[in-house]
Design a protein around this ligand. Sequence first.
Ligand SMILES: C[S@@+](CC[C@H](N)C(=O)[O-])C[C@H]1O[C@@H](n2cnc3c(N)ncnc32)[C@H](O)[C@@H]1O
Length: 164
Amino acid sequence: MLLDDSLRGVDLVSRFDGTVVDVGSGTGAPGVPLAVSLPGREVVLLEAERRKCAFLEAWAPANARVVWGRAEDQPVDWAGVAVAKALAHPPTAVEWCLPLVREGGAVILWVGPSAEPQRASVVAEKLGGKLEDSPPGFIVVRKVGPTPAGFPRRPGVAKKRPLA
Ligand SMILES: C[S@@+](CC[C@H](N)C(=O)[O-])C[C@H]1O[C@@H](n2cnc3c(N)ncnc32)[C@H](O)[C@@H]1O
């Protein structure tokens, strides 16, 4: 069930302080269930499609706010945790999410069994990140340095020309 799938990340997200940003929130997974489960945390529901943002506005709990925009156009190095489910292949998702996260924070991707963590790891190392031991169904990347110059690349480039 969709709700259970979002909630299996609560413990993992709780290990990192700070604002949680759900990148490509769509209809709110996993960001809305995480916000309800963690009422003390600020949650940003970041979504590129305006129509989906209108839907999210209607369902966002008090500790969540909706931002209409693409990950590549956001400020860098501010979130404690960036989460994403079904956003893009992991190498692209890491490239979109990691710049948003401050040092010491993490990207947590919900992934299927065919995900290739090694490819995500290659991208992470180019963007100030490091692949962590990750529980099944997740890829966890820790932000260990600031976002390097040149990132994020222009909107759409990470998908067209993935780094791994
Ligand atoms: C397949 S949907 C997944 C939605 C939700 N996370 C879920 O699991 O149901 C991917 C979403 O990411 C959004 N998206 C794609 N690229 C994005 C980007 N670069 N920045 C922000 N949102 C993006 C799309 O508009 C879409 O709503």
